[in-house]
Design a protein around this ligand. Structure first.
Ligand code: KG4
Ligand code: ZN
Length: 348
């Protein structure tokens, strides 16, 4: 089994070729970081145009590295949503065109399903497991029961964790992207000098919230002499990072309690998304895993952040089950994994 995956839903243009044993034969990712840096965030129109400029070349490069021709493929899989619609359209159109030209099935993959199934590609684990997805666009806790079978235990009611990192970094003058900048600054900071709120801590359920914390960080920054000294910025970064880690820890502990009650066969706590690069958060999750008896697994960083190998792998898992899509598939800006959550009208 050999599948080409295409990912264009945010600010990474990516193509990958993966086989049925989970071997990644090619994994090409082009980050648009430099295009968006002047704006301090992802600009959808710029993203869509950049995907369009680069996707053909990246697909050709992935096929070359894999040593495969289109005739060797069993299917073409592309992210069908959720994401910035301009980019998703570019990926879906490219995927459909290649599938049609090569006479292969087309698979529209939910980007979140790509993240959710990565632990099976990276670690070969069995269902069910608990997933914490923390990225720039998403912040969710999901019980992953099988392909297409997800129960969302919690989601953010406002911002995603990565988004909060990016905004706070901008306000503190730490640069873009914010997560790595905050982590670096925090290393020289005193996390105890300022105390920021731990959003949702102790509340029932497993939802997240970061806008209040972001606002508290803004007020703190405004109360300090401008422009911030390097030490003030470092102390703010350390306080903010600790507040995020403690908030995520609290929510994850609650989700684990529910997961263990409802899915007693589950053995793993898995993390995905760019914020999973944060060492304080990782250390906290390892500790929670040890305390609760779940093994904590973090796929290699390149598979945690947006990539096309996860899309190709989700395509393989779906193909095994005979789940293919028609060429009439319409790109979806919103596409929650959990139909129950969709009915509740929550954000994807
Ligand atoms: O998964 P990702 O590459 O893209 C999507 O959002 O889908 O995640 C990017 C996010 C950004 O918000 C970035 O600031 C955050 O992950 N991030 C981090 C770190 N590295 C990246 N956040 C905290 N600490 C980090 N070391
Ligand atoms: Zn993502």
């Amino acid at each position: 089994m050999l599948v080409l995956g295409i990912e264009t839903s945010c600010d990474e243009t990516a193509a990958a070729v993966v086989d049925g044993r989970g071997e990644i034969l090619a994994d090409v990712v082009l980050s648009q970081l430099e295009e968006h840096r002047p704006f301090g965030g992802v600009v959808p129109e710029i993203a869509a145009r950049a995907h369009l400029s680069h996707i053909d070349r990246l697909v050709a490069e992935a096929m070359r590295r894999a040593g495969a021709g289109f005739a060797d493929l069993d299917a073409v899989a592309a992210t069908g949503g959720p994401g910035l619609i301009g980019g998703v359209i570019v990926g879906v159109m490219t995927g459909k065109a290649l599938a049609l030209a090569a006479g292969k099935p087309f698979l529209a993959i939910n980007h979140l399903e790509g993240h959710a199934l990565t632990a099976r590609l990276a670690h070969g684990i069995d269902f069910p497991y608990l997933l914490l997805l923390v990225s720039g666009g998403h912040c969710q806790l999901l019980a992953v029961e099988g392909v297409g079978k997800y129960t969302r235990l919690g989601t953010t009611i406002d911002d995603a964790a990565g988004e909060a990192f990016d905004k706070v970094a901008k306000m503190a003058g730490l640069g873009y992207p914010g997560g790595p900048a905050v982590e670096k600054a925090a290393a020289a900071g005193d996390a105890g000098r300022f105390v920021l709120p731990r959003p949702m801590k102790g509340r029932p359920g497993c939802d997240f919230s970061f806008s209040g914390l972001k606002n508290a960080a803004r007020l703190l920054i405004e109360s300090l002499p401008a422009p911030l000294s390097a030490q003030d910025a470092a102390d703010v970064a350390a306080a903010f990072q600790l507040a995020v880690a403690e908030s995520v820890a609290d929510r994850t502990r609650r989700a684990i309690a529910r997961f263990k009650a409802d899915w007693p066969a589950g053995r793993h706590l898995v993390v995905a998304g760019g914020v999973a690069a944060n060492s304080l958060l990782r250390g906290t999750l390892v500790r929670i895993g040890n305390e609760t008896g779940l093994e904590f697994l973090a796929p290699p960083l390149g598979l945690c952040t947006d990539n096309a190998a996860m899309i190709a792998w989700a395509g393989i898992e779906r193909l095994w089950l005979g789940l293919v899509d028609g060429l009439d598939f319409a790109p979806r800006p919103r596409w929650p994994l959990d139909p129950g959550a969709a009915k509740a009208g929550a954000k994807a």
